[in-house]
Design a protein around this ligand. Structure first.
Ligand code: ADP
Ligand code: MG
Length: 228
């Protein structure tokens, strides 16, 4: 199954709403969290301890959704620099290894010889993290995530390949829809963020999926002022 996904129009409207709403909702949540913690410290009853823990966890989850949503909505000016994607990935690698390790999985990076591209490192870091985390989460323990870079005609390509079960046709259609998630604790905002970021660089995200795993490709156009 292959497909290219771009559902950006909808995202802009939702994003604008979210930016305002997110901030407003966060303040009362912070207050509630504070009082919950205070009450939790005052009770000795074990059942109540568990309830408080659950309430705080749920609040934190809601907060995470808002955080993700805000960074999706944020239209902050980017800091574009000419960057070697391999360097960025090398810097990011220890973090990915740690993520993988904590789930008993592996992660390898195979840098290819690539041209430099004009990107905001923070944004592309977010993009890679989202794809890599999805890949890791899709796999059973011992699975291996492979990140590669290579040239394809004039495009610099980043691929993130996992050994998960793949994405079925039904879900493939929903990929990139805000809030689409199949995970119990998912937010469904990771991929929308990836698509939003990629779009800023006129990069394309493609997915190739089957029963042996899924590969996400991000194809960056080469800087047009570059002379060989
Ligand atoms: P979340 O990770 O919070 O669920 P995402 O937007 O990152 O949200 O992903 C949305 C959904 O897309 C996931 O819940 C999963 O069903 C599917 N998905 C994304 N990446 C993969 C992958 N590498 N393998 C299988 N399914 C995936
Ligand atoms: Mg995700």
């Amino acid at each position: 199954l292959e497909g290219e996904i771009a559902k950006l129009g909808r995202l802009n409207i939702i994003g604008q709403l979210a930016a305002g709403l997110g901030h407003e909702i966060r303040n009362p949540m912070t207050t509630i969290r504070g009082f919950l913690q205070m009450l939790q410290s005052k009770t000795d009853l074990l059942v109540f301890q568990n309830y408080f823990e659950l309430m705080i966890e749920e609040l934190d989850r809601a907060n995470l959704i808002i955080t993700n949503f805000l960074s999706l909505a944020k239209n902050k000016p980017t800091e574009i620099k000419r960057v070697n994607l391999n360097k960025l990935l090398e810097n990011l690698f220890p973090l990915l290894i740690a993520d993988a390790y904590s789930q008993d999985k592996k992660c390898i990076f195979q840098p290819g010889k690539i041209k430099e591209i004009d990107i905001d490192s923070n944004e592309i870091t977010q993009l890679v993290l989202n794809l890599a985390r999805n890949g890791l989460e899709a796999m059973q323990p011992n699975g291996c995530l492979t990140i590669e870079t290579f040239m394809e005609e004039d495009s610099v390509v980043l691929s993130v390949k996992d050994e998960g079960k793949g994405i079925d046709e039904e879900n493939l259609k929903k990929l990139g829809d805000p809030f689409f998630t199949t995970k119990e604790n998912g937010t469904g905002l990771g991929l929308p963020m990836c698509f939003t970021i990629a779009n800023r660089y006129h990069a394309h995200i493609d997915v190739d999926t089957g029963p042996d795993g899924t590969t996400f490709f991000v194809r960056f156009p080469r800087p047009c002022d570059e002379i060989e």
